[in-house]
Design a protein. Structure first.
Lengths: 379, 263
C-alpha cells in the first residue's frame, strides 16, 4: 500500500504544476490576450485608446454582453448552444418599446415584461430541443429566423426611439463617482451566476449533464428539465440585453443586435468553458467579454473597417477552441512533436489537396488576367 | 438476517419480478423473465454478451420501463417511472459504466442526484464542505479507500477509485435494501477485485439483497448464493451455487446442457 502511495505521490509531483495551473488556465488565457492588446495599443495609439471616455465606452459595450455570457456559460456547459439570442434581444426590445410608446405602459412594467417574454422565448427554444428533439444548433438557428421575422413584422422599418429615464438608466446611466449602471447589472448577474454554478442543483447538474448526459440520466437527474431551465435563463438574459441595448442607444429596431450570438459564444469559449461540455468557468466568461470588447474597441480606434470585427470574432472562436482542445489532449497523451504529428500520411494527402486547390486558383487568376477584356477599366 | 439460513421456500423475496419483457424498437431484449432477490443473499446473473442482463437490472432500477410484466417489493407492486423512484424505495445500482460525471470531483459524484444542502434564508444551497467530509468518511470507513486529493476531477482517478466512488454513492443511503452491481470487477486488477468481493460479503451480512452481474464465474462462485442464467433475453435457469459447479453453469450459458431452449 505504501509503495503504491509513494508512486502516486511521485506522479503527482511530476505533473503538479500543470494540475495546479489548470483551474486558472481559463483566466490566464484571456488575461494574457488582454495584456497583449493593451500593450499593443499602448504603443500604437495610447492617447485615444486610454482616454477615460473611451474606457467608459469599452465598459458599456462589455456590460451589454455580460448577462448573456453568464447564461451562455450554463448552456454551453450542458453541451448546448443558443444561436437565437440576438433576435430574442431585438424582439423583446421592440415589444417593450411598443408597450411603452403605443400602449403607455409604465417603464418598469415593460422591463419586467421584456425579461419574462425573453424567458418564454427561451422556454420555446428549450422545448423545441428537448421535446421535438431538434438538435440545438438547428433548433435555435431556426428559432432565430422566427424571432427575427416577428421583429420585422412588428416594427417594419421603424426605428423606435426616445424612452423613459428608467430604460436609458439601465442602458447607460451611471451612479456618480461609481460604476455605470449597466456594468453594475452585468457584474451582479455574474456574481449570481458564479454562486448558482457552485452552490445550486442547477449548476451542479449543468456540469454533470455536459460531462456525461447518459450518466446524469442514470443517476436520476431530470436532464431535459435542467436543459430547459438553462435555455429559459438564456432567454431572460437575452431579454435583459434587449432592454440594455434599447437604453444604451435610446432606440431599437428590428435589425438590432445582429451578431450577439457569435460574440457571446466567443466570449464564453475564450474564457475556457468547453464546447464539449462539463467545464464551466464563470470568471473566464467575464474575462472573455472584456477581452472581446477591448479587441473590438481597438479595431475601431485603429479605424479598421467595421466588417473586420466579424472576421476577428470568428478567428478568436476557432483559435481558442483549438487551443484548449490541444492543451487538454497534450496533458493526456504526453507531448508529441508538432512536426511529427503533421507528417502523417493522412496529413500529407491533405497538404497535396490544399496545394492542388491553391494551384488551381492561382492558375485561374493568371488565365483571368491573360484573357481579361478592358471594358471594366473605366467603369 | 435469518433469511440466510432459512430454507428457500420459506423465505419471502424482497424483489419479485414476473414476466418481464422489453422491446427496443424491433429488438427484443427480454422475453418473459422472472427474478427473485432475497435479503441477505447474493444473486448472480450470468449470460453471454447481449443476453439482456443489463437491461433486466435497469428495469429494476427504473432506468428503463418494461414493455410488460410486474415488479413487487415486499409483495407490494411497483411502478418505477425513473431512477429516483427506485432510490426512494431503497433500490440502487452500480452500473457497468459507473455513471460518473468525469468533470466533477469525487464528493460531487458521490452525492450526484441526492446532494446535501443547507438553507440560507429558506433557499437550499449545496453544502459542498459537508459532502466532501461525508464522502471522505464513507470512502474510508466502508470501502477502505483513501484518495490522494478530494479536489480532482473524477476523470483523473484510477478504475478502482472510480468504482469505489460509484459504490460509495449506492451504499451511502442508510435505507438501501437492494444493491445491483453490473460487472463491478470487470475493469479491476486482482487486488481491487478481492476488495470488491469482500465488500459484497460485508454488505450481504448487513442484510442487503445483492444482485451481481458478472462474466467471471470464479467471482460468482466465491460470493453468490444463487446464479440466474440468461440467454438471448430469457431466463434459462436458476441454481444454488452450493449444489452446482461452474461447469454446469457454463453449459447453461452456452446452451449445451440438458436445457430444451436452444432452438
Ligand atoms: N437502449 C437500447 N436501445 C436498443 N437496444 C438495446 C438498448 N439497450 C440494450 N439493447 C439491446 O438489448 C439486448 C440486451 O442488451 P444488454 O445490455 O441487456 O446485454 P447484457 O447482457 O448486459 O450484455 P453485456 O454482457 O455485453 O453487458 C442487446 O441486443 C442490446 O443490443
Ligand atoms: Mg451489460
Amino acid at each position: 500500500m505504501s509503495t503504491q502511495e509513494s508512486t502516486l505521490a511521485a506522479v503527482s509531483a511530476g505533473r503538479s504544476w500543470q494540475e495546479r495551473l489548470e483551474p486558472y488556465l481559463a483566466i490566464v488565457g484571456p488575461l494574457a490576450m488582454i495584456a497583449m492588446i493593451l500593450a499593443f495599443m499602448a504603443v500604437v495609439e495610447p492617447a485615444r485608446y486610454f482616454r477615460l471616455s473611451n474606457l467608459n465606452i469599452i465598459l458599456l459595450e462589455a456590460a451589454l454582453y455580460m448577462p448573456m455570457a453568464m447564461a451562455m456559460t450554463f448552456v454551453i456547459t450542458q453541451r448546448g448552444i443558443d444561436l437565437s439570442i440576438g433576435s430574442v434581444a431585438a424582439l423583446t426590445g421592440i415589444i417593450m418599446a411598443f408597450a411603452i410608446k403605443q400602449y403607455g405602459f409604465p417603464a418598469w412594467v415593460a422591463v419586467g415584461m421584456a425579461l419574462m417574454i425573453g424567458g418564454t422565448f427561451g422556454l420555446i427554444n428549450g422545448l423545441v430541443i428537448t421535446r421535438f428533439k431538434v438538435p440545438d444548433l438547428i433548433g435555435t438557428l431556426a428559432m432565430d429566423l422566427v424571432y427575427r421575422g416577428f421583429a420585422l413584422v412588428l416594427a417594419k422599418g421603424l426605428v423606435l426611439a426616445r424612452f423613459p429615464d428608467l430604460i436609458t438608466d439601465i442602458g447607460r446611466g451611471r451612479i456618480s463617482g461609481f460604476l455605470p449602471i449597466p456594468v453594475l447589472i452585468g457584474l451582479i448577474t455574474f456574481i449570481v451566476g458564479a454562486i448558482v454554478l457552485r452552490k445550486t442543483w442547477f449548476g451542479r447538474y449543468s456540469i454533470a449533464i455536459g460531462s456525461n448526459p447518459e450518466s446524469a440520466e442514470m443517476t436520476g437527474i431530470a436532464v431535459d428539465r435542467y436543459k430547459v431551465y438553462a435555455y429559459v435563463l438564456m432567454g431572460a438574459m437575452a431579454g435583459l440585453a434587449g432592454v440594455m441595448l434599447t437604453g444604451k442607444l435610446n432606440a431599437i429596431q428590428a435589425t438590432s443586435a445582429p451578431y450577439f450570438n457569435l460574440h457571446v459564444i466567443a466570449a464564453v469559449v475564450v474564457g475556457g468553458t468547453s464546447l464539449f461540455g462539463g467545464r464551466a468557468y464563470m470568471l473566464g466568461s467575464l474575462a472573455g467579454v472584456l477581452l472581446l470588447s477591448l479587441m473590438i474597441n481597438a479595431l475601431v480606434t485603429l479605424r479598421i473597417e467595421f466588417f473586420w470585427q466579424s472576421v476577428a470574432s470568428g478567428v478568436v472562436i476557432i483559435l481558442s477552441v483549438g487551443l484548449y482542445t490541444w492543451l487538454q489532449k497534450k496533458d493526456r497523451d504526453g507531448s508529441k512533436g508538432v512536426l511529427a504529428s503533421l507528417s502523417t500520411p493522412d496529413n500529407r494527402k491533405l497538404f497535396k489537396l490544399a496545394a492542388v486547390l491553391i494551384l488551381g486558383i492561382v492558375s485561374l487568376i493568371v488565365l483571368g488576367f491573360v484573357f481579361a477584356t478592358t471594358t471594366t477599366g473605366s467603369g | 438476517m435469518n433469511a440466510v439460513s432459512a430454507p428457500e421456500d420459506l423465505a419471502v423475496p424482497v424483489i419479485r419480478m414476473r414476466g418481464i419483457s422489453k422491446h427496443f424498437g424491433g429488438v427484443t431484449a427480454l422475453e418473459n423473465v422472472d427474478l427473485d432477490a432475497y435479503a441477505g443473499r447474493v444473486l448472480a446473473i450470468v449470460g453471454d454478451n447481449g443476453a439482456g442482463k443489463s437491461t433486466l437490472i435497469k428495469i429494476l432500477t427504473g432506468v428503463h420501463q418494461p414493455s410488460s410484466g410486474t415488479i413487487t417489493i415486499d409483495d407490494e407492486s411497483l411502478v418505477l417511472d425513473n431512477h429516483s423512484d427506485a432510490i426512494a424505495l431503497g433500490i440502487d445500482a452500480v452500473y457497468q459504466t459507473l455513471a460518473l460525471a468525469d468533470h466533477l470531483d469525487p464528493a460531487a459524484n458521490m452525492f450526484l442526484g441526492s446532494e446535501l444542502t443547507r438553507r440560507f434564508f429558506g433557499i437550499p444551497f449545496l453544502d459542498n464542505r459537508k459532502m466532501r467530509k461525508e464522502a471522505e468518511r464513507v470512502l474510508d470507513e466502508r470501502l477502505g479507500v483513501k484518495l490522494r486529493s478530494m479536489n480532482v476531477a473524477a476523470e483523473s482517478l484510477s478504475g478502482g477509485q472510480r468504482q469505489a466512488i460509484a459504490i460509495a454513492r449506492a451504499v451511502y443511503h442508510s435505507d438501501l435494501r437492494v444493491l445491483v452491481m453490473d460487472e463491478p470487477t470487470a475493469a479491476l486488477g486482482p487486488q481491487e477485485t478481492a476488495r470488491t468481493l469482500k465488500l459484497i460479503k460485508v454488505l450481504r451480512e448487513e442484510g442487503l439483497a445483492i444482485i451481481l452481474i458478472s462474466h467471471s464465474l470464479d467471482d460468482v462462485f466465491e460470493v453468490a448464493d444463487q446464479v440466474q442464467v440468461m440467454r438471448r433475453g430469457r431466463r434459462v435457469g436458476v441454481v444454488n451455487t452450493a449444489d452446482s459447479s461452474s461447469q454446469e453453469v457454463l453449459g447453461m450459458i452456452v446452451g449445451a446442457g440438458a436445457e430444451g431452449e436452444t432452438s
